[in-house]
Design a protein around this ligand. Structure first.
Ligand code: UDP
Ligand code: MG
Length: 319
């Protein structure tokens, strides 16, 4: 029997975890020829999530859990799950039931046809604020223009991947992980399954405007150097105009003499250039920050507890 791992990053999902487990179990029971293993990743939750996982593991030996020493973020949680998974196929899905478990059989049917990945694509954004939808659409537009990976509008992390695709994802060793980009970057054929957006069953979303903004910035700078080139281009353009303007002003001065007023021109030029310089520094800073974080080479996650049997490979790592 082929094995499928279901990786579920959880941060304060106390209110919904059990329901998630029940609903998903109901669905996978209908799937024949596969054995399933849950991999719950407790991302440093402050509520009873970790205890719930342990309880589930006690009643079902197919439940594995990994528990972080603190909150490392969803990306780290997914990465940890993928690292420990060993199934022929791996499913990644959210704990809040926004990723309908009913799609699992369809996803499996797709990969059985030979593709390496089948991912869910959200259509409609019911239950999401207009402002958020607007910024989200802009993000896709900008990032697809700027980066060399093509992000699909409405693509979510909910997907099934073949072992070779998981290995490819794991071989990308960056600390700051932007999975949407990584999944796109590794290639392989992906089949998209559309589904209606569902509201959270319980608990609350962990995203706010700034965290999304940061996520978007990280995503773009991680997959493209176009912002740097753009800054160079703008600098070049300004220099060119400046030379022309200087030449014209000099000639005018020689012919007509010095004309004293110029306060407004001066002020505009200083403010404009100041703004551009700040902006360029900011863009440069984004990349320096990336280098800084990567060069430190800190672990992506730190485990506090888990119930995986230690495999040989991991033992060797520890030596
Ligand atoms: N999550 C996590 N660590 C975090 C934030 C979120 O593991 O720091 C998990 C969360 O428990 C959920 C999934 O990531 O299973 C998606 O989070 P959320 O529902 O808050 O995001 P949204 O659905 O609003 O994009
Ligand atoms: Mg959610």
């Amino acid at each position: 029997m082929k094995k499928i791992d279901i990786i579920v990053p959880c941060y304060n999902e106390d209110a919904v975890l059990e329901l998630f487990y029940e609903k998903t179990t109901e669905v996978i029971r209908t799937v024949e020829n596969y054995e399933f293993q849950f991999v719950f990743v407790d991302d440093g939750s402050r509520d009873g999530t970790y205890q719930k996982m342990k309880e589930l593991a006690n009643i079902n030996p197919q439940v594995r859990y990994l528990s972080f020493s603190k909150n490392f973020g969803k990306e780290a949680a997914m990465y940890a799950g993928l690292t420990y998974s060993d199934g022929e196929y791996v499913i990644v899905m959210d704990a809040d039931l926004q990723h309908p478990p009913e799609l699992i059989p369809k996803m499996i049917a797709e990969v059985e046809k030979g593709v390496d990945c089948c991912a869910a694509q959200r259509i409609g954004r019911k239950g999401e604020s207009r402002v958020r939808s607007f910024f989200s659409r802009q993000f896709y537009k900008i990032s697809n223009r700027f980066t060399d990976v093509n992000l699909v509008q409405g693509a979510v992390d909910y997907r099934i991947m073949s072992r070779r695709m998981v290995d490819a994802v794991l071989s990308m060793s960056e600390r700051q992980r932007f999975s949407k980009g990584i999944f796109a970057w590794v290639g392989f054929t992906t089949v998209w399954l559309p589904y209606e957006n569902v509201e959270r069953t319980a608990g609350s979303s962990k995203w706010n405007f700034w965290s999304l903004f940061k996520y978007a910035m990280d995503g773009i700078t991680a997959f493209s150097v176009t912002p740097l080139r753009t800054v160079t281009f703008i600098g070049g353009l300004i220099s060119l105009f400046s030379f022309i303007y200087i030449a014209v002003t000099l000639v005018k001065t020689f012919i007509y003499g010095i004309d004293v007023p110029g306060y407004v021109t001066l002020l505009c030029a200083v403010l404009f250039l100041g703004g551009i310089i700040e902006l360029s520094l900011g863009v440069l800073g984004e990349y320096v920050a990336h280098i800084y974080v990567e060069i430190k080479g800190r672990p992506i996650f730190i485990l506090k507890d888990m119930n995986f049997p230690l495999t040989k490979e991991l033992h060797e790592d520890e030596k």
